[in-house]
Design a protein around this ligand. Structure first.
Ligand SMILES: NC(=O)c1ccc[n+]([C@@H]2O[C@H](COP(=O)([O-])OP(=O)(O)OC[C@H]3O[C@@H](n4cnc5c(N)ncnc54)[C@H](OP(=O)(O)O)[C@@H]3O)[C@@H](O)[C@H]2O)c1
Length: 264
């Protein structure tokens, strides 16, 4: 029987793959036979993650700061020096900044937009030749941009650039999908809900409490985002172009349909 979800033998780059959602997708890929590059600013954490994941397959750590254009070019150059073709780029590294509206600093705005959207554009631009190298109608390469459910509604916390950058990322996804589909590079986005991580300490530290506010009854796990990343990389995901896959256990759906039977 054809395994439409087979991804073995492919090559992936996951930015911010040292921990959190990036690490979950990296583990799913490495366990499925994907040669997986992961990046982060902290070399020690990235190396440790690659060491742990290398028990299941091939995982290579690259220390890199993507918040500057120099960092983006250095990363693209390093991947180009090692690979002749890339099957998937997952733009996962992201950041946020919370501050009161009246005092919100320019540094917080720039940090968030530089990493969450500017670096996504330029890294995709720089890696397009590598993604296109062996891509065809029957074997498209992929880009997945990791956005957030905060792009789909108006969060009530004091985070201003984060939801704006993620909403912009969804539009950039559609624009890049249109531009790159002719080169057989299919660009899509995932909008995750609550997953345990250093960014979402509430989900990490109080998963049962957070889970009570989610229609599915729990926070997201490695099988959810890892399985979705496998699907989108595999033959089964080849017909997805320019879409946003909401991966949140039903929160946005329930909210947009005014279904309020959770404990919220
Ligand atoms: N967790 C959630 O509930 C959730 C929900 C919706 C969306 N998301 C999105 O999912 C993505 C991953 O989030 P997460 O929760 O897993 O966050 P996380 O635990 O904070 O992980 C962020 C990753 O990005 C790396 N990173 C941060 N700044 C970087 C930079 N300038 N250059 C290169 N790498 C950098 C971090 O490593 P270093 O610190 O060593 O650089 C780390 O590997 C983000 O785009 C986030 O917006 C998360």
């Amino acid at each position: 029987m054809t395994n439409y979800f087979d991804v073995s033998g492919k090559t992936a780059l996951i930015t911010g793959g040292s921990r959190g959602l990036g690490r979950m997708m990296a583990e799913a890929y490495v366990r499925s036979g994907v040669k997986t590059y992961i990046t982060a600013r902290h070399a020690d954490v990235c190396e440790q993650t690659s060491k742990e994941l290398s028990e299941f397959g091939e995982c290579i750590a690259i220390q890199n700061d993507q918040s500057t254009l120099e960092g983006v070019h250095a990363l693209a150059d390093e991947i180009k020096s090692k690979e002749k073709h890339l099957d998937i780029l997952i733009n996962n590294a992201g950041t946020g900044w919370h501050a009161e509206f009246e005092e919100f600093p320019e540094a917080g705005w720039d940090k968030t937009f530089n990493l969450n959207i500017k670096s996504v554009f330029f890294l995709t631009q720089q890696l397009t030749p590598l993604l296109a190298a062996e891509a065809s109608v029957d074997k498209p390469s992929k880009v997945i941009n990791i956005a957030s459910t905060d792009a789909l509604w108006v969060p009530t916390d004091e985070a201003y650039p984060y939801p704006a950058s993620k909403a912009g990322l969804l539009h950039l996804t559609r624009k890049l999908a249109h531009k790159l589909v002719k080169q057989h590079i299919h660009v899509n986005a995932i909008a995750p809900g609550a997953f345990a991580s250093e960014m979402n300490t509430m989900a990490r530290d109080e998963p049962e409490m957070v889970g009570r506010f989610i229609p599915a009854g729990r926070i997201g796990e490695i099988a959810d985002v890892g399985g979705t990343a496998i699907y989108m990389l595999s033959r089964a995901g080849d017909y997805l172009v320019g879409i946003t896959l909401t991966l949140d256990g039903g929160v946005v759906w329930a909210t947009s349909n005014r279904l309020d039977d959770s404990e919220a």
